[in-house]
Design a protein around this ligand. Structure first.
Ligand code: AMP
Length: 193
């Protein structure tokens, strides 16, 4: 994996553990020579990942929609910043620049991005690994809810299992390295989305 996209909160959250996990993930990416692709903000958990990457000499690519640049405070010192026209363009560009995706603690934006990238995998639009870094049990209930979706036969187990989970960056990256995508019912191309 050359570049990994990290989805995470534009807020710092209540616990210092969220920022610390962002920093630990960034340090692990730098040590492996993996670049970061993210939403381009300088605030919250997002800012913590980017700052640690840059402090360690890592590559950071931000992708921010023009309209959001006012609210989210674009990071001034990234290796590269793409200012795009819409939220959809942002997510499509983040996907195309990345070889895998990791969610750190975040709110609705993070969850939306994570679930969209998983649905793109389910449709066969990409075959890249998606992981949750479960900091202090933040995602525990989400993971159990997905198990409930499978038990209720609204989510197929092979698609549930696409979402890799670990409580530390090294373990998560090891799982992502070994990831084998499931066979999908139908494969879509970029033009279909
Ligand atoms: P949040 O987890 O809500 O703090 O948001 C994290 C990132 O997701 C930020 O860069 C937001 O701009 C982005 N975001 C917020 N809402 C959406 C949305 N509806 N679709 C895609 N991204 C979003």
């Amino acid at each position: 994996m050359k570049n990994i996209c990290v989805y995470c909160g534009s807020s710092p959250g209540r616990r210092p553990e969220y920022r610390q996990a962002a920093e630990a993930l960034a340090a692990e990416l730098v040590s492996r020579g993996i670049g970061l692709v993210y939403g381009g903000a300088s605030i919250g958990v997002m800012g913590a990942v980017a700052n640690t990457m840059l402090a360690g000499g890592g590559r950071v690519t931000g992708v921010i929609p023009e309209a959001l640049a006012v609210r989210e405070v674009p990071h001034p010192n990234l290796t590269e910043m793409h200012v795009v026209g819409s939220m959809h363009e942002r997510k499509a560009m983040m996907e195309s620049l990345s070889d895998g995706f990791i969610a750190l603690p975040g709110g609705l934006g993070t969850l939306e991005e994570l679930f969209e990238i998983l649905t793109w995998a389910q449709l066969g639009f990409h075959r890249k690994p998606c992981g949750l870094l479960d900091v202090s049990g933040y995602f525990r209930h989400l993971a159990r809810f997905l198990d409930h979706c499978v038990a209720e036969q609204l989510l197929q187990p092979q698609y549930r299992n696409m979402l890799l989970e670990a409580d530390c960056p090294a373990k998560l990256l090891a799982l992502m390295d070994k990831y084998q995508p499931p066979a999908v019912d139908q494969r879509l191309s970029r033009e279909d989305l």
